[in-house]
Design a protein around this ligand. Sequence first.
Ligand SMILES: [Zn+2]
Length: 129
Amino acid sequence: MARRTRGPGRPPLEMKGRRFGALTVLGLARGRGTSGCLLWRCRCDCGKKTTEDGRKLRTGKVLSCGCTGHRGPAPRPRGRPRQVVPWADEAARMRSEGMTLAEIGTLVGRSRERVRQVLADRASGGKVK
Ligand SMILES: [Zn+2]
């Protein structure tokens, strides 16, 4: 009869101490999740303890014990920092090619005043006064 040892198979992914949303992983729990994944004991920021499927934690499907405020992953801004107006580079390029503010405004879908303001902000080194 073979002894059940833990090696040389894959060790359980170390999740202890990691945070997922409002949940902090306390340690491995008994049993398996519905998908066959390991279950982890977690403590929510609200103080409640819960057992969650490791895969759900890692994929962001579970971010709390179920209390309000942590439903699903928060939408992430993609790439660009918020302050930068996405079309500002484009507008600056068009301006350098001699296009008028009105023409640029039409192309980027902004008012002439808005284009002027954004280009002025960029010209002043990004300092918005
Ligand atoms: Zn909670």
